[in-house]
Design a protein around this ligand. Structure first.
Ligand code: C2E
Ligand code: CA
Ligand code: CA
Ligand code: CA
Length: 284
């Protein structure tokens, strides 16, 4: 916004004050949510495309505020990263998600499903593997059922500390998923340089399948085919995100992706709703 003229300057300043106020509000919200136990790990089923079987769940952070309603990660994660609360918040989400995994594991046929949890670069401190190990031990969950989802932003740090944490998580038995694949700058080389087990094709590719223009669908399909072929050759499992239509499901299954998630199967659900719907979902 231009700063010329008295009104222009006034507006500009007001905007900054607004942003600062909103930020402070969210910071206080996060602190209170930690104290009052308002954080939840919603779970979204991840389906094996060939069979329709539920293979696992992704944990997605939510903050249930008594007055403001449910806040989503886009409103929380950035602020928590900046003020340093992300470590604590991440541990809380991880523990909630593990509780969720234990609960769904009781449902028949769900005994070996996996749990994927998102981690931001700032959570990659040297003590992370031992903190996760302690939580897993406490709940009697084996690390082989855990997938740590990271984005290129983690790998871009490419420092010995990050590599050390990744190796330690691997030694623990966790698998590593590379999220939002294909959107960054040098995704392909990361498959070579880091111990990645799972590749998650970014939603934007899936979304452009079945848009009005056949040309866009054709190009997206070609990109997904290429990513899938290379990932498989590197020994990775390939997961598609954001599947909303039968058409997308059919094309992704045809291409040979292993797993998929999206509103077509289920949106992310609080544990109680998931438990109620799981028998129906599992039989889909
Ligand atoms: P992501 O890891 O790429 O997660 C996928 C996002 O797509 C989620 O948004 C999910 O609710 C949404 N989604 C799932 N299926 C569909 C679909 O069919 N259509 C559409 N349009 N969207 C779908 P959400 O829950 O708002 O999370 C946004 C991002 O926040 C995540 O992107 C992830 O990067 C981050 N995030 C979520 N939970 C955590 C967490 O516990 N810790 C950290 N550090 N980041 C998290
Ligand atoms: Ca993710
Ligand atoms: Ca993603
Ligand atoms: Ca994302």
């Amino acid at each position: 916004r231009k700063r010329n003229g008295k009104n222009g300057t006034r507006l500009f300043d007001d905007e900054i004050v607004d942003i600062a106020r909103k930020r402070l509000e969210i910071e206080q919200c996060i602190e209170q949510a930690l104290r009052e136990d308002w954080f939840e790990a919603y779970l979204q089923p991840i389906v094996e495309l060939g069979t329709g079987r539920i293979a696992g769940f992704e944990a997605l952070m939510r903050l249930r505020h008594p007055e403001k309603g449910v806040l989503v990660p886009d409103e929380i994660v950035g602020v928590a990263e900046e003020n340093g609360a992300i470590g604590k918040v991440g541990d809380v989400i991880f523990e909630k998600a593990i509780r969720g995994l234990s609960a769904v594991s009781q449902v028949s046929g769900m005994g070996d499903c996996y749990l994927a949890v998102n981690f931001s670069p700032l959570q990659f401190d040297a003590a992370l593997p031992s903190r996760l190990a302690a939580i897993l031990l406490e709940h009697g969950v084996t690390a082989s059922r855990i997938v740590v989802e990271i984005t290129e932003a983690v790998l871009m740090l490419d420092n010995p500390a990050v590599r050390h944490v990744l190796d330690a998580l691997g030694e623990l038995g966790c698998r590593i998923a590379l999220d939002d694949f294909g959107t960054g700058y040098s995704s392909l080389s990361y498959l070579n340089r880091f111990p990645v087990d799972i590749v998650k094709v970014d939603q934007s590719f899936v979304r452009s399948i079945g848009t009005q223009e056949a040309e866009i669908t054709r190009k997206s399909r070609t990109l997904i085919e290429g990513i899938t072929m290379i990932s498989h050759q590197m020994g990775c499992i390939v997961v598609a995100e954001g599947i909303e239509t039968e058409h997308q499901l059919q094309m992704l299954t045809e291409i040979g992706l292993d797993f998929g998630q999206g509103y077509l199967f289920s949106e992310p659900l609080p544990l109680s709703s998931l438990m109620a719907r799981l028998p129906h979902l599992a039989a889909r």
